[in-house]
Design a protein around this ligand. Structure first.
Ligand SMILES: [Zn+2]
Length: 467
């Protein structure tokens, strides 16, 4: 082959490889065995090595490779990447609708409902159709340049299919969520075990850890996925999209995978049905979703509503009530009850479980703490089913920090300093000092008094009645 023929061959190979990729990663259809794509890619790689001048940034070979970085460069977002407000039940969702309806003078004309991906937000910048920069959300104002790593995500087009849209877009910013499918997450943790490395607590942590690898080869091995959730500069190009639903159709035309489960709901009743349906059906999905993002569908209305603080008014995350979540044990304290019984209590990093924030969980008694081996610093699975009190189900021992100690009940009462005894045959430790109960009461007087918490109506008389 002469130089001209080689160039043509390279271009044909790229087109073919990209078509296979598009079918597989965007449309979820395998049109040829993996080995066919591999051998085409191998031929392309060899030709590009021979003629480095023909390498383009959107060549499939550019998805993997490049030298490992020393650090990530900081990038300021053109417009801040805001966060989302959460609601946890129908009533809170209705409050949100009432708030925005007051601003609009009427209810919005329908909502677009999306499965909320449990991943991390990324901004993709395309110039003249070419992916030039990918940035993490960071603190919302400034993120990190992770372009090299994002290129390894095969469902992200390196080159937009602009020819099908009739637009020439100089600048297009696409925002979306990078996430890790459940099966990739399991494989990564198996790999971590094989390499005697710490396990990832959940797919989101694993996705975040994978996107922040200085060596993009590691990122490539993690098989991340991407779904867009929005587009900037819509008005600048006078695109013929007037609502959220059309944004997705447009992004799909440009070559992005979109979530086919997302749908338009004309009122909150339909939104609630969508939420209920996926709350049950989400277990069968190949990825994690932790709620429904409800967006005012009409883009002009979105613009009118704007944002308040750090969140847009026109969208809200309607979370699924998780019955089991993970959190960290910050401390284990011992409470003395009114009968002198000592109870160990886990002080937790506050976490939302089953729709309420939990920062403490009883550990019942010393035997229970030993059986579960709960230690300060541990990451634990916390469960709260319905109205049942929150419970530490188990410790994720692979996430345990170094130098932790087994918890033992104190020898002295934390209230009076008296001797602690454990009556034979019982699991409960007690303060041996009979006067201790008086002191517990006294500490409660103080707790309720004006000099401390100033709890109205909780005077000494009421405290006495509590005993
Ligand atoms: Zn005591």
């Amino acid at each position: 082959m002469d130089k001209k023929q080689t160039k043509q061959r390279i271009e044909k190979l790229r087109k073919e490889i990209d078509k296979i990729r598009y079918y597989y990663h965007v449309l979820d259809k395998q049109i040829v065995p993996d080995s066919v794509k591999d051998s085409l890619q191998h031929e392309l790689y060899k030709l590009e090595k021979e003629y480095p001048g023909f390498v383009t940034p959107d060549s499939p070979t550019q998805r993997i490779g490049g030298k490992p970085l020393d650090k990530f460069n900081k990038v300021k977002h053109e417009t801040p990447m805001l966060s989302m407000e959460d609601v946890f039940n129908n009533a809170e969702l209705a409050d949100w609708e009432a708030r925005i309806s007051r601003i609009l003078g009427k209810k919005p004309d329908g909502y677009f409902c999306e499965q909320k991906m449990d991943g991390l937000a990324i901004s993709l910048l395309y110039k003249n159709g070419l992916l030039v920069q990918a940035t993490t959300r960071g603190d919302g104002v400034t993120g990190e340049d992770v372009t090299q790593n994002v290129k390894t995500i095969e469902s992200i087009p390196l080159n937009l299919a602009l020819q099908d849209t009739g637009y020439t877009l100089q600048d297009l910013e696409v925002r979306g969520e990078v996430f890790l499918p459940k099966n990739s997450f399991e494989k990564i943790n198996q790999q971590q075990i094989a390499n005697s490395q710490q396990l990832f607590a959940n797919p989101r942590n694993a996705a975040a850890g994978s996107i922040r690898q200085l060596d993009s080869k590691i990122t490539a091995s993690r098989h991340l996925d991407f779904l867009p959730y929005g587009m900037k500069n819509v008005t600048r190009y006078k695109l013929y999209v007037t609502n959220q639903e059309q944004i997705y159709k447009f992004l799909n035309k440009l070559g992005f995978k979109i979530n086919k489960h997302n749908k338009f709901c004309k009122n909150l009743e339909e939104v609630n049905k969508f939420h209920q349906y996926w709350n049950r059906a989400r277990k069968k999905l190949p990825y994690l979703t932790d709620g429904v993002v409800v967006k005012v569908n009409d883009l002009a209305t979105q613009e009118r509503l704007g944002f308040i603080g750090k969140a847009y008014r026109w969208e809200i995350a309607y979370k699924f009530a998780a019955e089991q979540v993970t959190t960290v044990v910050k401390d284990i304290i011992v409470q003395v009850g009114r009968t002198g019984a000592l109870t160990p209590v886990a002080v937790l990093e506050p976490v939302n479980v089953s729709g309420s924030t939990v920062s403490r969980a009883t550990l019942h008694n010393e035997d229970e703490v030993h059986r579960k081996d709960v230690r300060i610093g541990d990451t634990v699975i916390l469960q709260k089913a319905g109205d049942v009190i929150p419970e530490v189900v188990k410790v994720l021992k692979n996430l345990r920090p170094k130098n932790t100690h087994q918890f033992n009940m104190p020898k002295k009462c934390p209230i009076c300093g008296g001797r602690v005894i454990r009556p034979e045959g019982g699991a409960i430790h007690r303060c041996a000092d009979p006067k201790c109960v008086v002191r517990v009461k006294r500490s409660l007087y103080h707790f309720a008094s004006k000099s401390a918490f100033d709890i109205e109506g909780l005077g000494p008389k009421i405290v006495d009645q509590l005993f």
